[in-house]
Design a protein around this ligand. Structure first.
Ligand code: KG4
Ligand code: ZN
Length: 349
């Protein structure tokens, strides 16, 4: 079954052609440059950009795949949440339009499901071969989300905890802005931290680390960072950017890793999946591998860089799994955008 997948949940207009776990083509049009000067994503700009580009992105994706035209597609998969309401609407409208015009079944996908499956997405040759070996603890760390999930089986999840305020990536972005850098801040901090050897000089608090639950809260950490930076500027000791970046990054990563470790201990699950934009970070990958190895488990990250970020390929792969189980949308009107959709509500049929 060849699936056309669409994701417009945030700032990437992304389309893929997928069959099973194999991706035949994937094209995305990033809006980063348009949002950069505002220091974050502006929903109205995102909506307009998705509208202007979606037809072109679909055409390019088809052109680069062996199917070439929509007539050779068997089903359409589209993200309906969580994400920016007015951005999600663009993809949904287009998916319904195609579904109607070509009488194709439609599959509604939860964006977070896509991130959870992202380590299993394969290239067109079927690599990497990775088999499923449930259960996993899933850690999703992006600009919009920080969640720990018990991934029990195909399409079966339990959210153990999420952030109460800022997401991990958002906190990194805000810290970079405090230091005077643009968006996205994650890669900038990673670079600065690496230059000083990832040393934790300032020992920022690791929020909620002693709490019994799996929830996160990063907004207080950002405030501690701001005070520290201000105090250092007053003392004219502002030449320590690398140590500040490194210590801040370490506080975030230690927090998400310790909570993941706690989830492993409490559930007895040894294997971990990590997804979301922050999962490209090499320091996080190193620390996570080290932690998981201690309990003789393994950790999987997405195999190709683009799969860490928002992309339609992972949406198509979940689409294929849902299609196998006949989980199609029965009535197109029934599928509406759900900006706050949680994984527990992901069984739309
Ligand atoms: O998954 P994503 O593209 O978008 C959301 O769904 O939010 O993730 C974007 C986030 C941003 O916060 C960005 O700063 C972070 O991923 N990010 C990184 C790195 N590259 C991007 N964080 C840490 N290290 C990186 N190298
Ligand atoms: Zn995402």
């Amino acid at each position: 079954m060849k699936i056309l997948a669409i994701d417009t949940s945030c700032d990437e207009t992304s389309v893929a052609v997928v069959s099973g776990r194999r991706v035949f083509s994937h094209v995305e049009y990033s809006q980063i440059a348009m949002h950069e000067k505002w220091g974050g994503i502006v929903p109205s700009i995102a909506k307009r950009a998705h509208e202007e580009r979606i037809d072109w992105v679909i055409d390019e994706t088809l052109k680069h795949s062996k199917v070439k035209t929509l007539k050779n597609i068997d089903a359409v998969a589209v993200t309906y949440g969580p994400g920016l309401a007015i951005a999600l609407e663009v993809g949904l409208k287009k998916a319904k339009e195609i579904s109607n015009k070509y009488t194709l079944p439609l599959i509604g996908i939860n964006h977070m499901e896509g991130h959870l499956y992202s380590p299993f997405v394969q290239n067109s040759k079927g690599n990497p071969k990775r088999k499923f070996s449930f259960p996993y603890i899933g850690l999703l760390v992006s600009g919009g989300h920080t969640e720990i999930i018990l991934f029990k089986d195909n399409l079966s999840y339990e959210v153990l905890g999420k952030t109460r305020d800022d997401a991990a990536g958002e906190a990194l972005d805000k810290a970079a802005r405090i230091l005077g850098f643009g968006y996205p801040g994650g890669p900038i901090l990673e670079h600065l931290a690496k230059d000083v050897g990832n040393i934790d000089t300032y020992h920022f608090p690791q929020p909620m680390i002693r709490s019994e639950n799996f929830e996160f809260s990063f907004s207080g950490l950002k405030t501690s960072f701001l005070y520290k930076v201000r105090a250092m500027s007053e003392n004219k000791k502002n030449n320590n950017l690398g140590y500040l970046a490194s210590s801040f990054q370490e506080a975030i990563f230690q927090t998400v890793i310790k909570k993941t470790q706690k989830a492993m201990r409490q559930t007895g699950v040894k294997n971990v999946l990590v997804g979301g934009g922050v999962a490209v970070n090499n320091r996080l990958r190193y620390l996570m591998r080290k932690t998981v190895r201690e309990t003789s488990g393994f950790v999987l990250f997405p195999s190709y860089k683009y799969l860490n970020f928002d992309n339609a390929a992972m949406i198509g792969v979940v689409g294929a799994i849902r299609a196998e189980r006949n989980l199609f949308v029965k009535n197109l009107e029934e599928l509406d955008r759900k900006p706050r959709l949680s994984l527990l509500q992901s069984t739309i049929k």
